[in-house]
Design a protein around this ligand. Sequence first.
Ligand code: GDP
Ligand code: MG
Length: 170
Amino acid sequence: GNKNINAKLVLLGDVGAGKSSLVLRFVKGQFVEFQESTIGAAFFSQTLAVNDATVKFEIWDTAGQERYHSLAPMYYRGAAAAIIVFDITNQASFERAKKWVQELQSQGNPNMVMALAGNKADLLEARKVAAEEAQTYAQENGLFFMETSAKTATNVNDIFYEIAKRLPRV
Ligand code: GDP
Ligand code: MG
């Protein structure tokens, strides 16, 4: 039968990687060139139907600034899923993403479904992080990887859909 699943999901990653833009695209189907920086965190919810279930995502979009780091556990604790976002045009944001993965692996829910999003995939000419490098890293660390673009909507619904498919059916 069809199941209803509530899933807390957190977005983590460097400032400017595109966390808020991914959420805005997923929840409202919109994109803005000058997305305001998130202060603290913002909450959204969106429902997605997969084959055997209706998943209601309760989404925490975090700020990413170092000065808010101590707040992060409030958002990832008890989370069923996380999207760790980096900007494919920014190597430092990839390094920051790896730090978040380590933190989730040591402090997060061990059954958490983790996705690595290489965002701004529309900016191919400015790419600094090779897709193969991110893919290899993801594979070695138990995440799945997708390149996304909040601007063009590429893979945005898909990454949430992949998470929905991987959530435990209780
Ligand atoms: P956050 O700090 O991680 O929440 O990042 P934002 O969502 O605020 O995005 C930072 C900047 O990058 C904004 O100016 C966005 O318009 C831009 N941006 C976000 N996603 C994309 C994308 O997929 N492609 C391009 N070209 N720009 C993006
Ligand atoms: Mg933001």
